[in-house]
Design a protein around this ligand. Sequence first.
Ligand SMILES: [Zn+2]
Length: 322
Amino acid sequence: MPDTSVEQGQHPRVFVADIGGSSIRLGVSDAPGSVRLVESVPTPVDNWEAFGATLEALAARHIGETGSPLVISMAGAIDPASGVICASNVPCVSGRVLGAELSSRLRRRIRMANDAACLALAEAVEGAGAGHDVVFCVVLGSGVGGALVVGGRVVGGASGIAGEWGHGLPVGTSVEFDGMGHVQPVSALRCGCGRLGCVDTIGGARGLERLNTLLNDEQKDSHTLLDDWQRGGERARRTVSAWLALVSEPLAAVINITGASVVPVCGGLADVAPLIDALDAAVRKRTLREFRERVVVPGVFRRDGGLIGAAIVARQDDAREP
Ligand SMILES: [Zn+2]
């Protein structure tokens, strides 16, 4: 039974989807700040025909023939000029003009949006960044991402991925552990993008594990490592101290450059509140502006930010239409 487009009250119903490497989640929003998940299905990552058919069936089951547009939040870079998507976690869509191809197949307007941008919009408009004009949202998941929102609008820029601080900005190659000026070299690691020493090589959960292997010559998953750190383990302390020093430098530079007054952090590492507290302290030591209040804060929408941000994109699109 399709969820027909009820347009009661002052907010029209909007449909949104969050497509990741493991699942496609379809949601519906009847009011700002709330999205109800209606169905979640596995993502056909390697089969384009199955991918299109899955979305078509989801739309038929829940949206029906109402012509309602669908905003899709998805990891990957979408070229603003051509609309071509590069999505490493769903190989079957990479290189396609995905929005246009799905619009034609599903016979409704499909608007594609980058997932980090949706998350940032959710935090900036309805989450931890609400009330701030310039919000830089950081994602510390298995890797590193980010997006910039100014005046309630995502700044995509010519690349469509402005705010992507995980690549191109190198982290330092030495760390001082004892506050006495004794530094230890840290080898720059080769990044998946081909460059050397990107923030992405050490900044996310996998990066933290790599850094621990580099400094302590041991294999440990990020959960165990952060538990050890919170219990005062010496090896974990060395790794997290190095991580804080190496990640806070480029993040402070991003704050200097963008003029952001708040940095909500999303992704798995944001669940460890003491880590975000420590990152905030390390960043504020390094910014040019002296911040008296917290700058780096845990995000509010760490699980459903993609869907909530996509609903904001849908309402912003509606407001632009005559
Ligand atoms: Zn890189």
